[in-house]
Design a protein around this ligand. Structure first.
Ligand SMILES: *Cc1c(COP(=O)(O)O)cnc(C)c1O
Length: 455
C-alpha cells in the first residue's frame, strides 16, 4: 500500500549554490537610497563604515541576477538545510478545502527561524574582511539569536540591543543569545546618545525596532573594527533569504506542483521576498500568473495603509533615506506579540513591487493571527511563531475561498519560525486577555504628515 507523501527534501548536492537578486530582472528598478547629507544617490562606499563591504555591494546591485553562496556559508547551511517542504494535509482536512496547501518549514533551523539564512552570510562577510565585533538590534529576539549564533560560528563578538518590551516579555530569547555568547542590552538604553535622548523625554519608553537600530548603528560607528548587521528590510538580507524559495521551487517540482499563490508574513520583507522572488522571477520572465501575498499586522499596516515615499529606516535618522512604503519613522506600533512585524517601513524592493502591483498585501488582526496559529498547531503539530501566524491566517483565508469556489489552487506559505519561546503570548490568547489593536486614520495621517520635512 502506498501512502501520500507528506514532506519533500533536497539532498546536500541539490541545495542551491546561488542566491537570486530579483533587482536584475525588475522592469522598474527600486529608486536609489539617498545620502541624507548630500541628497545624492547612495554609493556602496557610503555604506562601508556601517556594513561589511561585500554586503554593501550586494545591497545596491541591480545588474547581477545570481550571487554565488560562499562554501563556508553552504557548509553551515547543511546544519539545517534543506528545510522541509510540507504538504499540510492536516490543515486541508481541518478546513475542508480542495486547495493543496504547502508550507516551507524554516522553523527547523537551530535558532528556530529563517533569520539564520542571512545571519550566517553576514557574519561570514564580516569575518572575511577582518572585522572582530558585530552589533545589531532585535525585537522578539529571533534576529538577535540568529546573529549571536552566526557570530560564534565565525569567531566574532556580538552585542545586541533588544527592544525593551520584548526583553521583558521574552526573557528566554535573551538567555538564548547569552547562551551563544552575545552581550544583550535592553533598548532604549543609556549607553548611546539615541537611547539617552529618548529616555530623557520618556523614561517609560518601551522601545521599538527603529530606536534599537539607532543604538546599534551608533555603537558600530563609534567602535573600531565593529560592523552593524540588520536582519530584515535591506535588499542584501532578502537576497540571502531567497535560499528558501529556490529550495521550495525544486521541492515543489518533486511534488509535481507549482504554486498559484505564495504567502509570507511581513515585517520588513525578507522572509516574504525569500520565498516569493524565485517564483516571481517566472512571472516576470515567462508570464506566469502566480499571486504573491504579504501578510502584515493590522496594528502596523505600512503596506495596506502607509505611503510610498523616502523615509529613514530608524527613529534617530542615522540611516540613508529609503524609497519605501512607510508609516513614518516615528510610528510607534502597539505592543503586539509578533515583535518581528513591529517595523514602520518595508524594504525598497518589495515597496517597488507593491507599487507596480506585482504583489498584494493583506492585514491581519492579532486575534485572527492566533486563531490561525491554534488551528495550525492542532492540525499540523507545529506551534508557529506569532509572526508566522499572520501568513497562516492569510493562507487559511485563501483556502476558504477555494472551498467556496471549489477550486483546487496550490497555496504555498512560509512558516518563518516556531513559537515555542512565545508561549506567554499563547497563554494570553488562551486566557482571553489578548486584544486587537486598531490604528486610527488620524494616527497614520499624523505620522505621515511629519514626513514632509524628510526629502
Ligand atoms: C523577524 C521575523 C519575521 C519578520 O521579518 P521579515 O524580514 O519580514 O521576514 C517573521 N517571522 C519570524 C519568525 C521572524 O523572526
Amino acid at each position: 500500500m502506498s501512502t501520500k507523501q507528506k514532506r519533500y527534501f533536497l539532498t546536500e548536492e541539490e541545495i542551491p549554490t546561488q542566491w537570486y537578486n530579483i533587482q536584475a530582472d525588475m522592469v522598474n528598478k527600486p529608486l536609489p537610497p539617498i545620502n541624507p547629507k548630500t541628497k545624492e544617490p547612495l554609493k556602496p562606499e557610503d555604506l562601508f563604515p556601517i556594513f561589511a563591504e561585500e554586503l554593501c555591494r550586494q545591497e545596491l546591485d541591480q545588474e547581477h541576477a545570481w550571487f554565488d553562496i560562499p562554501d563556508e556559508v553552504r557548509d553551515m547551511y547543511k546544519y539545517y538545510r534543506s528545510t522541509p517542504l510540507v504538504r499540510a494535509y492536516g490543515l486541508e482536512e481541518a478546513l475542508g478545502t480542495p486547495a493543496h496547501i504547502y508550507f516551507k518549514n524554516e522553523s527547523v533551523s537551530p535558532v528556530g527561524s529563517h533569520k539564520l539564512n542571512s545571519a550566517l552570510a553576514q557574519a561570514y562577510y564580516c569575518k572575511k574582511q577582518g572585522v572582530t565585533n558585530v552589533t545589531t538590534e532585535t525585537g522578539a529576539g529571533q534576529w538577535g539569536a540568529a546573529l549571536s549564533y552566526a557570530a560564534k560560528v565565525f569567531g566574532l563578538e556580538a552585542a545586541v540591543y533588544q527592544v525593551k518590551i520584548s526583553y521583558n516579555q521574552k526573557p528566554y530569547r535573551r538567555s538564548i543569545m547569552q547562551t551563544y555568547g552575545a552581550q544583550v542590552t535592553a533598548s532604549p538604553s543609556m549607553s548611546t546618545r539615541a537611547g539617552k535622548d529618548i529616555l530623557t523625554k520618556d523614561p517609560n519608553n518601551q522601545g521599538s525596532l527603529g530606536t534599537a537600530i539607532s543604538e546599534a548603528i551608533e555603537l558600530a560607528i563609534n567602535t573600531p573594527n565593529c560592523k552593524y548587521t540588520l536582519g530584515s528590510v535591506l535588499s542584501h538580507v532578502t537576497l540571502h533569504q531567497t535560499i528558501i524559495g529556490l529550495e521550495a521551487e525544486k521541492q515543489m517540482a518533486k511534488a509535481g506542483e507549482y504554486p498559484d499563490i505564495v504567502i509570507g508574513c511581513f515585517g520588513g520583507g525578507s522572509n516574504f521576498g525569500g520565498i516569493s522572488f524565485p517564483f516571481m522571477r517566472h512571472n516576470i520572465l515567462e508570464g506566469k500568473k502566480t499571486r504573491f501575498i504579504a501578510a502584515e499586522p493590522a496594528s502596523c499596516p505600512k503596506l495596506t495603509r502607509g505611503v510610498f515615499q523616502y523615509d529613514f529606516g530608524d527613529v534617530a535618522g542615522y540611516t540613508p533615506l529609503l524609497p519605501m512604503y512607510t508609516l513614518g519613522h516615528n510610528f510607534m506600533p502597539a505592543n503586539i506579540h509578533a515583535g518581528g512585524l513591529r517595523y514602520h517601513g518595508a524594504g525598497v524592493i518589495v515597496s517597488q513591487l507593491l507599487k507596480d502591483q506585482l504583489m498584494e498585501a493583506v492585514d491581519i488582526k492579532q486575534l485572527e493571527s492566533f486563531e490561525a496559529g491554534m488551528l495550525f498547531s492542532q492540525a499540523e503539530g507545529i506551534i508557529p511563531a506569532p509572526e508566522s501566524c499572520h501568513a497562516i491566517a492569510a493562507a487559511i483565508n485563501e483556502a476558504k475561498k477555494c472551498k467556496e469556489t471549489g477550486e483546487e489552487k496550490v497555496i504555498l506559505f512560509n512558516l518563518s519560525g516556531h513559537g515555542l519561546i512565545d508561549m506567554a503570548a499563547y497563554d494570553q490568547f488562551l486566557s482571553g486577555s489578548l486584544q486587537n489593536y486598531e490604528v486610527t486614520d488620524e494616527d497614520v495621517q499624523k505620522n505621515i504628515a511629519q514626513l514632509e520635512k524628510v526629502l
